[in-house]
Design a binder for this molecule. Structure first.
Ligand SMILES: [Zn+2]
Length: 449
């Protein structure tokens, strides 16, 4: 088959950023070569100084389809993903109807996604209060792992699990060999803190932070590490916000426990001090904490305690943010960022001396490892899918509604100036995003584990 060469002075491979060409044959990378090794008569696409990174993999997305496609849906989520440089999304099992807690629900999701995706996708299964017998069938049906909540997930229909219910589920999870992703907050510290805030001013962000103390995350993580030791399953902590948990996570890793950790662009870019009265666009759980906490999370990325950065893209119609009321108690918690996560991360990471190799590891390779698609996704290397993103690192842009591309242009980032413009995204050798346009029909498919 005919080779095409995608050339740049800055190709991001796992060990270096260097001048190179991706030789693409059909939908796969044939090889990564130096520019002088491009065979004669090859069709060359030269991106000059713009970097070529592996297509990003987002292991934490709420697509909410089927059932709540009015919040997002496969068409708009995957469109925003393509615009943001993502080529693989792994969908969370809640907010959709039915929740992905048994094989029939997974089939309903497959039917909803069919022919509507601009990037590839997978679906996590759910571990809830009453489905231990569905865990192994879900694994056989192709999910790459499971998600559970240790606290009410903010919406009914996907039940949280108590320690006792988790103990019933964990032997099944361990037998699959797949990771269990845990929303790590325990209800008791939240309930106790909230009870003391009955008469507080809930238009203040400070009140919301006080209602979800770091202790809720810390105690949940302690319980999960204890269970990890006992049941020997792969544990993944989603959206870590409380940096006080880092020393114990670091110790657990040195002990050899199979635990991985994620945080999100909003915890690495936004800080509580800057959130104004009534600004419910910033509400998410666990909450955005102090500037000092944010820097500690960056330190966790630097020393490897935190493995990856996922968006936790959690969209909703704007009225659910109750902007007129500005009440942090009643507003929906969730921040959507698929289309701008890479510029957010590039802006922050480059200011701290990190390289594009670090970003590719956090946002592509490590999430691909977690979702078990790492033999095809997450690297620019021979035999991998020809998934890549062209990033112009020299230019800035202001976040505006027409750059978001997801269903409801609700965002705490509007008006911010960010560095790094996604110029184009390629999925299995085909251009799926280019300068604000989405060429061609949707060609994204599901990867089954
Ligand atoms: Zn989430």
């Amino acid at each position: 088959m005919k080779l095409r060469a995608f050339l740049s002075r800055r190709v991001v491979t796992p060990d270096a950023v260097r001048p190179a060409a991706l030789l693409v044959e059909g939908d796969r990378i044939h090889s990564v070569v130096t520019p002088d090794q491009i065979p004669p008569q090859t069709e060359i696409h030269d991106f000059g100084d713009a970097a070529i990174l592996p297509g990003l993999v987002d292991s934490h997305v709420h697509i909410n389809d089927p059932g709540r496609a009015e919040w997002e849906g496969f068409e708009t989520a995957t469109r925003a993903a393509a615009a943001g440089g993502y080529t693989m999304l792994v969908d969370m099992p809640l907010n959709c109807l039915p929740a992905t807690t048994n094989p029939a629900a997974l089939e309903a999701k497959r039917a909803a996604a069919n022919g509507r995706c601009r990037v590839d996708w997978m679906a996590w299964g759910g571990v809830v209060a009453d489905n231990p017998l569905d865990i192994e069938p879900l694994a056989r049906a192709g999910v790459p792992g499971f998600k559970c909540f240790l606290v009410h997930p903010g919406i009914d229909g996907f039940t949280m699990v108590t320690e006792q219910q988790l103990r019933t589920a964990l032997p099944h999870v361990a037998r699959t060999g797949l990771p269990l992703l845990a929303h790590a907050e325990l209800p008791a510290p939240i309930d106790a803190a909230t009870a003391n805030l009955a008469n507080a001013d809930w238009s203040l962000y400070e009140t919301y932070v006080q209602s979800r103390p770091e202790e809720a995350e810390l105690s949940a993580i302690r319980m999960l590490l204890f269970l990890c030791r006992e049941f020997k399953f792969r544990l993944h902590i989603v959206h870590l916000s409380a940096s006080t948990a880092l020393p114990e996570l670091r110790a657990a890793r040195s002990e050899g426990l199979p635990v991985s950790v994620e945080t999100c662009p909003h915890y690495l870019h936004l800080t509580a001090e800057k959130i104004s009265k009534g600004a419910t666009l910033f509400k998410c759980a666990p909450p955005i904490r102090s500037r000092e906490n944010c820097e500690q999370l960056w330190q966790g990325l630097r020393d490897g305690t935190i493995d990856l950065v996922a968006t936790d893209h959690s969209p909703c119609p704007s009225e659910m943010k109750r902007l007129a009321e500005g009440n942090f108690r009643t507003a929906w918690g969730g921040i959507a960022s698929l289309s701008i996560a890479l510029p957010l991360m590039y802006t922050e990471a480059s200011n701290r001396g990190f390289s594009l190799t670090d970003i590719a590891r956090w946002m592509s390779e490590a999430p691909a490892n977690l979702a078990g698609c790492h033999s095809r996704k997450g690297r620019l290397a021979a035999e991998y899918d020809a998934d890549f993103v062209i990033l112009d690192t020299e230019n800035e842009f202001v976040v505006s509604e027409n750059r978001l591309h997801y269903r409801h242009p609700v965002s705490p980032y509007l008006g911010e100036k960010l560095r790094g413009v996604v110029k184009a995204t390629y999925l299995r050798g085909r251009k799926v995003f280019s300068d604000g346009q989405f060429p061609g029909d949707p060609t994204g498919v599901e990867h089954r584990h």
